[in-house]
Design a protein around this ligand. Sequence first.
Ligand SMILES: [Zn+2]
Length: 311
Amino acid sequence: MKKTVKKNPDFSTHTQAKVLISAVLIIFSLLVLIIYVYRGNPYFKSSVGHHKKLNEANHSLETIKQKTYQAHKEATKSAITIPPSYGRTVYVPILTYHYIGNNPNPADKARDYLSVPPDKFDEQMSYLSKNGYNAITLDTLDAGLMGKTTLPPKPVVLTFDDGYIDFYLNAFPILKKYRFHAVSFIPTGLMNQGFYLSWAQIKEMDRSGLISFEAHSVNHPNLTDLTPDQVKYQITESKKALEAQLGKPVNFFAYPYGASNEQIWQAVKSAGYVGALGTWYGITLSEGNILDWPRIKIPGNITIGDFAKKL
Ligand SMILES: [Zn+2]
């Protein structure tokens, strides 16, 4: 028997048109989704850059990628904006310290986390020294990133936030012992009082050539809570105050509490800074994220084994 395909006039006009429109809509939606993922999502962009590096690098970068992804997830939860990474890139650990001293109040667990006892700090610097690390300034790091200089082998940046007096009393002698350069972030309006550094101590350390001082706002507010004018004041006045005291350019800023967003990054750039540092975890430092470079927190109770793993 001969099979004949009977054309249904309704199907060929009405239903076929519907199927066609649906197909076009689905393809269009898929295209929009793909474009969004590739162009709109900063993490995806940085992880693509990351992936290229991974091919030519080694296993340890895979670990970094995992940790960066974790940090990204954490930061997303706490609504911290993480900048996309692109352009020239270097992989350098920037370590963050607060207090170098014994916790005066052991019941204060938060202070425990922020306080590295001097003997532990000495042990950590000794580890860096014996293992061939070179502590560099942020200006050297930037010059290395931009190809203006060659970074030394195993570069590391040691940063100390908040300008506490124990930096002068406890950290400075140990840094001198190992001839390690360090960066101190100063909330300029808080100096010369209570447990903060005096300007005389800051100037003495500056003259040693071992310590560079960079800005950390005027009085340490969370910048994301402020109006644009207040943000501008905190960013520009701290730069001016440090430059007036030390007579040299101040090129870097650290966000109090690591809190920033795109408007604040632009304010930092407009104020004439080269870059700024956050507190989110990572060692991928690029032109793309130079207004919010990641750092590695060194908690007070860390063992030397765990310290070594963080580098
Ligand atoms: Zn701080």
